[in-house]
Design a protein. Structure first.
Length: 231
């Protein structure tokens, strides 16, 4: 498998939000190191680790442009240059307090109020950087279960390599893999309590975006570049 890249919102590594999210998923995508499990009511570290196996592969993040391979003739330096130019055209903004919520079968942090600057930036990232992306393979398309997508989502999957963009985009920062009840409800309550205690719930200035890379199949994604906004 060729290298996969992703453009994510990743809080500064010295922020309470980054420390909290990385501890919850069990991995710091900046340092590349495992993190001790947080103190969660009703869960031992041994109980918790299997519940976060999926988000641990990607690191703590909010998706802007989902994982993709580079188009033929494009290399990593080209991508970094394009991402830096993209970021220079955007201004920093405040991310309001996030909230712990159940999203279907998993748990994530989501904004407590609409963030137009974030939605605009995500839409621009999807479109402005798409010329660098290789087309999806048939296997990659099949993994998205297109038969379960709406017509608009299928169109976006074909056009941008990901179905949840533009009007379908819902910013979130995943904390767990799929959970069944009653474990999901217990986990949501424990995470909400730990989140408030951590100080990570305070507003955060977003001043750039991060480029993550997965060097080989099965490996975890890791931050390889941060591009600061120009404003």
């Amino acid at each position: 498998m060729s290298v996969r890249y992703a453009v994510y919102l990743a809080p500064p590594c010295d922020s309470a939000l980054w420390r909290f999210g990385s501890a919850v998923v069990g991995y710091d995508a900046d340092s590349g190191q495992d993190c001790p499990a947080p103190d969660l009511a009703g869960f031992t570290p041994e109980d918790w680790r299997p519940l976060t196996e999926e988000p641990r592969r990607y690191g703590f993040h909010g998706t802007l442009k989902a994982p993709f391979r580079l188009a033929e003739g494009v290399d990593e330096a080209d991508l970094i240059e394009a991402l830096s130019a993209f970021a220079a055209g955007h201004h920093g903004f405040e991310l309001p307090p996030l909230e712990v919520r159940e999203l279907g079968s998993f748990i994530a942090l989501v904004p407590s109020a609409p963030v137009p600057s974030l939605l605009d930036m995500a839409a621009c990232a999807v479109e402005d950087l798409d010329g660098l992306r290789a087309p999806l393979t048939e296997a990659e398309i099949a993994r998205r279960r297109p038969d379960r997508l709406s017509a608009r989502q299928q169109d976006y999957l074909n056009r941008f390599g990901y179905p949840y963009v533009r009007e379908e985009f819902r910013f979130h920062m995943t904390l767990t893999g799929p959970l069944e009840e009653p474990a999901r409800g217990h986990a949501a309550n424990a995470l909400a309590e730990a989140y408030l205690a951590s100080g990570a719930h305070l507003p955060l200035l977003v001043d750039g975006v991060a480029l993550f890379a997965q060097r080989a199949s099965g490996e975890r994604f890791r931050i390889i570049h941060r591009a600061g906004f120009g404003g």
